[in-house]
Design a binder for this molecule. Structure first.
Ligand SMILES: [Fe+2]
Ligand SMILES: [Fe+2]
Length: 251
């Protein structure tokens, strides 16, 4: 950490640890590193071996996940305006399952940051525990709403569809940041910012799909969640900005 003095209420993480990542920290080893790179020992400079290996795996690998057998979406008349079949049903179920996976991750990320908040405290202009609980509860509400939607569409909400699988893997890095005991509240919020921006765009795409398929009841339902996601992005962004400004003012 670059800070020398910790202003009241600002969480700056661990202090007094020497950063040894740059090669300037050890000129002797830095020289050896450069020599190894030039000698093509550490990694081939042209990247051909890596490309060949990637090509091999791309040609040999299966897809990420599969969809369950084609579903005829009958659903509850109130929810589904017209019955969907074939690809339309498959795509809609896959994308709803994607959001379900993402909202599950979102709920867990906020659970994790609440623990950081409890142990490390907040900072000037940062979130209160109630602020974080409020968003956590909305992510959980979205998860429950999506589960209900899948059931109404005649789908199994526990199925791991290709897009749900992808969303789960993408969220793993964010989970690692939040789960790392060394990261600060602000660093956790930074990871949440990535989640919230992706979340917002994900809802926009789902609404557009439901519109294309003429599912007006679902559009209405999804728009409510999208409005809340807009607020999540704005609030997390504001907290992060307050932290950066407070850190820059430190003397
Ligand atoms: Fe969300
Ligand atoms: Fe959110």
């Amino acid at each position: 950490m670059i800070q020398k003095k910790k202003p009241e209420g600002v969480s700056v993480g661990r202090e007094g640890q020497m950063n040894r990542t740059g090669i300037g920290a050890s000129p002797k080893h830095g020289k050896q590193m450069v020599e190894a790179a030039v000698a093509d020992v550490a990694a081939p400079q042209d990247g051909k071996k890596a490309t060949t290996m990637r090509r091999f795996y791309l040609e040999e690998s299966d897809a990420v996940g599969t969809m369950p057998p084609p579903t005829s979406v009958k659903g509850a008349a109130k929810t589904v305006k017209e019955a969907l079949t074939g690809n339309k049903a498959t795509v809609l179920i896959d994308k709803v399952a994607e959001r379900l996976a993402f909202e599950r991750t979102g709920t867990r990320l906020y659970e994790a940051i609440l623990t950081k908040h409890e142990v490390l405290g907040s900072f000037d202009g940062g979130p209160s525990a109630e602020d974080l609980e409020h968003i956590r509860d909305e992510e959980l509400e979205h998860f429950i709403m999506l589960k209900k939607t899948l059931e109404e569409l005649g789908a199994d909400p526990t199925v791991m569809t290709p897009s749900a699988d992808l969303a789960g893997v993408e969220g793993m890095g964010l989970g690692q940041v939040l789960g790392d005991p060394r990261t600060t509240l602000a660093q956790g919020l930074h990871a949440l910012m990535i989640a919230e921006v992706a979340d917002k765009v994900g809802w926009e795409h789902l609404i557009a799909l439901a519109q294309d398929l003429g599912q007006t009841q679902l559009v209405e339902r999804f728009r409510k969640a999208d409005k809340q996601e807009q607020e999540h992005v704005q609030r997390v962004s504001r907290w992060l900005s307050a932290y950066t400004s407070a850190t820059a003012r430190m003397v």
